[in-house]
Each structure stands twice: as C-alpha cells, then as structure tokens.
Design a protein around this ligand. Sequence first.
Ligand code: ADP
Ligand code: MG
Length: 698
Amino acid sequence: MQDLRHTDITYLPGIGPTRAKILRDEAGIATWHDLLYYFPYKHIDRSRLYSIAELTTDMPFVQLKGRFLSFEEQGVGRKKRLVGHFTDGHGVMDLVWFNGIRYVTSSVKLNTDYIIFGRPSLFSGRINVMHPEVESVDSLSLAKMRMQPYYTVSEKMKKRGFSSRTIERFTSTLFSLLKERIPETLPDYLLERLHLMPLDEALRAAHYPSTADELSRATMRLKFEELFLIQLSIIRYARERTQRLRGHVFRVVGPLFNTFYARHLPFPLTEAQKRVLREMRIDMGSGRQMNRLLQGDVGSGKTLVALMAMLIALDNGYQACIMAPTEILAEQHLETFRTFLADMPLRVELLTGTVKGKRRQSVLDGLATGEVQILIGTHAVIEDGVQFRNLGLVVIDEQHRFGVAQRARLWAKNVEPPHVLVMTATPIPRTLAMTLYGDLDVSVIDELPPGRKPVKTIHAYDNRPDELYRGVRHEIDAGRQAYFVYPLVKESEKMDLKNVEDEYLRLQQIFPDLRVSMVHGQMRPAEKDAEMQRFVKGETQILVSTTVIEVGVNVPNASVMVIQNAERFGLSQLHQLRGRVGRGADQSYCILVTSYELSRDTRRRIQIMTETSDGFEIAEEDLKLRGPGDLEGTQQSGVAFDLRLANLARDGQLVQLARDTATFVLDADPTLSAPENKLLVEQLQAMKEGHENWSLIS
Ligand code: ADP
Ligand code: MG
C-alpha cells in the first residue's frame, strides 16, 4: 500500500491543482493521510424516515419522503418567500425558502418522489422546515442511506464552491481506492488489552459509521491514540531527562532555615505548606533536578514556602532567585522578603528594568561573586549579562506569564541546571495538568491560613449604581479601600462597555472627597508603578484599573472589588481578580456588575463565582464551559496540541487511561526498543516532525 503521509492529495480523482491549493491552505489537507484525519464534526442519522405527523420542534434534523403538491410565492420585496406544500402521503406540511427561490422552482418537480431533509421549526403556529435539502430519491438511494458525515468548510472554501458534500465525495472516493487495510499504528498487545478497534476499521467508521455505537467506538480508539502518544512522549522525555541531568544535591537543612523557622516565622505554617516543603526537600536532596509545579490559590502562602526553599539552597552554598511577572510584584516580593528575613545576615537584591547604572552594576558584581544570595527580579533576570556564581534554585512566580522558552534560558545560568519551582495561582484542572505539565511533579497548597474570611461575592445589575456606590462608601468610611475593575481602557465605538478613563473621571465626581488612582496597561511602566504605589501606601482610597492588577498585588486593606462588565471576563480571570481582596482579617466583598440580559453560559459563570471560592472547582467549570484551548495559560505555555478528536475537558477519563497505559508501556520497555513497540517509536517520530515544540516542555 502507498505511503499515505506522502501521497499528494492531487492523486485523488476529482482534485486538481486549484482544489488542492484550497484544501491545503484552508483545511491543512495536503496528503491522503491528512484527508483521512480530517474528521467530520458530526453525523446525522439518515437511515430513518419520519412521518409528518410525528415531527416536533425539538428534533434536530429529520428526513421525510414525499412529493410536492404545489409551490406558492408569498410576500413582496425582501420579505418574499417560497412555500412548497409537501405531503408524505398522510399529512401535509410547508417547506419554506427565503433565498434561491428561482433555483428551487426551476429544478424541483411536482408529483415526483423526493427525500427532504432539515430542521423542523415553528412558523406562524405550524411546524415546517426552512431551507430543506431536497434530493431526488434516485441520487440518494434508500439502500445508501446511513449516518451522513458533516465536515467543517471555511467561508473561503464555501466561496470557492466547497461544501461538506464536496469533502464527503473526496473521503468516500479515498476509501473506495484504499483496497488494502490501512496499516495499524498501535501494537497488537495494546489493541487486545484495551479492546480497541483496529485503525483501518476506526478510520472508516469515523467517517462512515453504520451505527451510532460503531461511531463512538471508532472515535474512542482514535481519541485514545492521540492522548496516548502525547502521554508516551511526555513521560518518556521526563524519565530521560531525569536520568540525563544530575541535580544539585542539597544535603542539609542548615542554620539559615533553622533560624528562620525558629525565630522569624511570625505564624505557624499550615499543614499544606509543611507538606509542600517536605516534598521539595526530598526532590532537592535526591540528586535529580527538581521540576515542580506548585499550585495554590491566591493567598494560600506560596511566597513563604518559596522563601523557605530558597533558604535551604543558601544553606547548601547556592544562590537562589525568584522571578515575578511585573515590577510591582518583584518590588512587593523584595519588601516581603526583607520583612520576613529582618536582621538575618543575608544579601537580597532586586533586579528589574528600572535598576540601572551603578546600582545595577553592584547587583551584577554581587551575583558573580556570590555575595548576593537571593535575587528578586523580573524578566531582566534572564538577560545574558546576568551571571550567577552558583545558582541552585529558581522560583518562577505566577508561571502563566512566562513562556517555555524563557524558562529554558534560566537553565543555562549554571553548568548544571538549577532546581525549578514554578508557582501558579491559576489552578489547572487535573486532566489538563497531566497533559500541559505532564512531566512536572505537582504540589498543591489546598488550605488557606486560618482566620481568612471567604470573600462575599454578589451579582449586581448595572441599572442600580447608587446602591453600589453607597456600599463602597460604607467600606471606605470604615477605613478600607476599593478596586474598580473595567474591561477596556478607552471608550470603544463598537462596544458599550465601561472604560477606565471615563470611569476614573466619573468616580471622582461621585466621590469628590476621596482620592482615586488609575492604572492600565497603556500607561508607561513608571507611571503605572507610581499610581499603584499610591494605592498600596493608602494615599488613595480607590483604584480604577483594567486587569493589570490581576496578578499578585497585595493590599490587605482593600476590602471591596467592583468588577464592571463582569460578563466580559472569563472564570479564572474573575477568580484571580477576586483574589486581590480578602487578604486581611476583615470581611471583603466582590461585586460582579453585569447588564440584565445575559447568555446562559455567562449567567452560569457569574453564578459559579457567587457560589464557590474554590479555585480548583472554578478551573474545572472553566474548562467545561470554555474548552482547553481558551484556558488561560494554555496559549502562553508554548505547547501546541494537535488534538483533532480528543477534548481535554470532556475526555478526562481517557486522559487518565492514556497516562496509565503510557506508564505501563514504559515500565516494561523504558527505551521502547522491543520489537512490539517499533510502531510506537515510528508514531512518536511522526508526531515530533509535526511539532518541534515538544522537547521544550519543562
Ligand atoms: P500567595 O502567593 O499564595 O497568593 P502569599 O504568599 O502572598 O500568598 O500569602 C498571603 C498572605 O498570607 C501573606 O500576607 C502571608 O504573609 C500570609 N501567610 C502565609 N502563610 C501563612 C500562615 N501559615 N499563616 C498565616 N498567614 C500566612
Ligand atoms: Mg503570590
């Protein structure tokens, strides 16, 4: 049999150079293999004929056999429509067209049998079908009726005369040409073990199933394969890396850590914090390089845990550094660290874009000699000029703002790569984490420090602003501060959304005796920092901003957050924003302001926010509502998944099965050198050719 991956699509009858180009550009179909894997997005069961009497409007699609009794044009001008009176021999119904009227009247004959196909709807009190497909009984012989595939066709393709039917012709031609079986891609022992459908059968059934059940078994096999190969590649890579890279061994927990623990720690650690520290100590003492993801909700005390891990590095003669996504956060970390460490004999320095001249040189010198033991910084830390004497641990705070490539540059900062701790407050649902960070060990802080009061979250409509302002005024009078968050910076002509600059002026009018600061992403960094600092220091009572405050900012005195146009924000974004309040001992409030008319999904999002403050629950819901492609963090992660069928949100169990199976295979044959695994090696190779990115995940 020919090599499908290398058989050009033009070798298929019916596809010349012009069509081939459109297929390649618009649908990524260049070879026979590509066409085989261009799966229908749905099938419609055309094996069944309905009778007019049984139609209801909740049927998605129906198919009827019968004849047209007459056609009638109704209305004039743009309201003109064609009504065909259609009978199945028992009842009569109307089929309605608003466009293509001339085509229908000229091609459809009366008193001839047709199969009509479409979605029943209600029109002036009666069930009818608008714009049905009409086919003569001969062209679609009853014997041929089956589950019909529907393929995605882009707008451009439509303009060039492509329809789902066009693709259907191509795939059916292709299958009729493939007389031999399509070569299997999974070893027999796996097919048997998991009762999977062979590839040949699965591909044919994915396009042309004979029953819904066959379709679902075919899809399952293909989804499994996608997920399994990803897991196989991640786990193999992680194991290989573990063997290849030695990690710095932090043998002792020494005086710095112990002194800090005994004398400086202002409160007892939570059980979760202790557990995470133990997990990290085991990693860092093991002789292998630590690659750990630390997930913990906003305010769960990740920073402190990171600081203590850094002290262990110092105790063993290494330097440590922490990178934050913004200058404000880096500065806050510096302040936090200096407060925590107080008079301990340590040199902690800050390196950001604004640290310049002599100051910068002194930090750089200190890093090179090892005098600077802890470095806190932004992206500036990974610049080439920054050389450490002996970097042992890198902490990356709020990981989703850091790309994979940036992380990779950090590794080069020492001969042997430092231990890496990646911290994120955006909880990642388990199935996604298994895939996105499948090679990282994961620690979770699932407990907040005692005494925190959960933020009260309230949904408010935007037609009653006075009540809202009274509430805010009440909190500010009690000495608190408030955030007002908006989706846009400047007024947009297209969308009627609240925007920062207008609202800044308006809030000053509403609260003439209060001071208001404003920050948004279009301000210069220095300007932004200055405004932010005024709020941090309590000089202003209200901060008006876009989502730039989303990550990390800590103002415990702020007890109110008003999020305007909350319908414009995603769930995890709302959760991140809300995490800015409720950081002190006082009851805090988050008010989600929306318009009255909301889509079902939006209403559900807002409802979830008012019902739970559990970040993991929110992340799971987010994944369900939006799908993994949209999830914050996935785009920036630099990992491109080529999942054609599997869906990380819906196929959680399959992800687990894929992971377990990959582990099973690699346990038995770590190097995949056994003859029965030859197919897998070939598959991984083919996948790698498609995605250079894989080897970069870290
Ligand atoms: P995160 O980075 O996880 O959002 P932080 O590290 O900023 O959280 O911690 C939030 C606040 O909680 C900080 O003021 C910190 O000092 C405090 N904190 C951390 N751990 C504890 C603890 N075990 N008990 C009480 N307060 C804690
Ligand atoms: Mg933090």
